[in-house]
Design a protein around this ligand. Sequence first.
Ligand code: C5P
Length: 270
Amino acid sequence: MSDAPFCEVAPAKINLALHVRGRMADGYHALETLFAFTAFGDRVEAAPATDWALEVVGGSAHALGPADENLVLRAARAFRETTATPARYRLRLHKHIPVAAGLGGGSADAAATLRLLNRLAGHPLDQAGLLAIAAALGADVPACLVSRTMFGRGRGDQLLPVSGPGGVPVLLVNPRCPLATAAVFAGWDGVDHGPLDPANWRHGRNDLTASATALQPVIAEVLDWLRRLPGASHVRMSGSGATCLALFEGAAVPAMSPPDGWWNVSTVLL
Ligand code: C5P
């Protein structure tokens, strides 16, 4: 997952299916989901420095809040508290994944930071140690740490690697309306519509679609637009939205521009 000694890629996360099975005692929701990851994503770089700092650059940088609340710095803080590593770095986040978009951008950045700092420190933590830090940072961070196709249960942090449609072209479209994950989960109708069989994910649902669409009705238009594209074989909303995806299994992504200036990227599944 690294392409240079001081650099780590942070693939965007998508949910090929996401079933909400119930509400847990801690307020989180019990999920069954098929996570997949894309060649498109963010990038985290580190340069040795006298103190910790974070600079955010890139097309989605403007949408982020204060740097010290960024999951990159929170991950760095958790890593150095766990390992007592004395090294300090100036971190640069190349932010391309849209924010609050159902693509796990912050989680991917946090996971990439953990992988990068652990590598630069000579691997003081094994995978179990990294996963423990990841789980405390957010429900999707463990999956992003592994960044390969996985069946997720519980909060999404009980992970089982499964084979997936690697290399398949995927089009991501976001109508440029951020959605708060907690608000979308809060609008879930409370009905368990049944389990997800990871081997049969093409028949899986995204049970948050109705709640997200109630908050941002334009999501229905995005899904309709994607379904009409020639060769689109699997169209779903990702995570808590509003980004929607279309897979093109056995077909190239058609060269069509989405309407109304919707954000979009054509990439492939890892
Ligand atoms: O863990 P993370 O901070 O990414 O989750 C954001 C919010 O999404 C949580 O505060 C919770 O409201 C909701 N959530 C949930 N059930 C999950 C994952 C997230 O209710 N399995």
